[in-house]
Design a protein around this ligand. Sequence first.
Ligand code: C5P
Length: 319
Amino acid sequence: MSSKSNLKKSNHLIRIKAPAKINLHLEVLGLRKDGFHELAMVMQSIDLADYLEITSNDDGLISLSVDDPSLSAGDENLIVKAGRLLRRHSKLHNLGANICLQKNIPIGAGLAGGSSDGAATLLGLNLLWDLSFTHQQLIDLAAELGSDVPFCLEGGSQLCFGRGEKLESLNSKSTSMAVILVKDPFASVSTPWAYGRCKEINGTNYLKNENDFELRRKRLREESWLKPLSAFEPPPLKNDLQQLVAQETPSVQNALKLLSELPGSVGVAMSGSGPSCFALYPSLNFAMEVLEKNRLRLKSYGLESWCCSFQPKGVILVS
Ligand code: C5P
């Protein structure tokens, strides 16, 4: 952590790729003492990504510029929060950074774009500021920033338990697949609202104790989720927030209907708390062909669309 090496690195510009995620399985088990929900999920990184360019400074200022005017670059942005959290733990209060965010992942979409940007900041500033925090230390800091941030650091295919921050890798079982992803650019869903609504509707049926939670985790592990992933054996996509979000969000109803009409997909679901939805495909080429033929139809219903392959990693240094 010497100031010499900080000065040396301050000339560098690094570029970090921050991929989005989708939820292949999102099961709400119950309510925790901390007010969060106890979850059992399968999350998957995809190759729709934001990019962060970072240089360091010695002014103690963490400045952020964003190429999307609809996104705040202020104190509430997870990039700024991540930088400050890392600096506080380093106890080197003069550390600063200039960060430019190229935003490609839709905002408020259930794709963890903000969480991935926060994770990218932890990874990037740990390198640039020469802090040598271990990967596990970064994962612990990530969990302080938000439930999905540890996944975004680790990435690939993971079982995610607890609030979402307890990870068990599925990478060795992962298959190379692809999704057609759609979202109404004018729709967004508040995650606290979705979980609050879930509690109102399903709260009385929530599991109540740790033993029951563990049985569900065991079941998900044993399903070894990604093993049966093939066009002939549709995988058990699940999202406990989907129905209640769709009820209040016409674009989700539309998206699910239109996606399920596309040929050749092996499942359709909403990601996270929505409103993004996806259709799962056994290969990227096939998905691209289908999207090519249907992009205009999706657009005529107000939906933006992307074709994305599964990614084996989360945030990553690209240069
Ligand atoms: O952790 P994160 O900041 O992403 O969570 C946003 C909100 O989503 C929380 O404040 C909470 O309302 C809800 N949430 C939840 N249970 C989780 C994750 C999120 O209730 N496991």
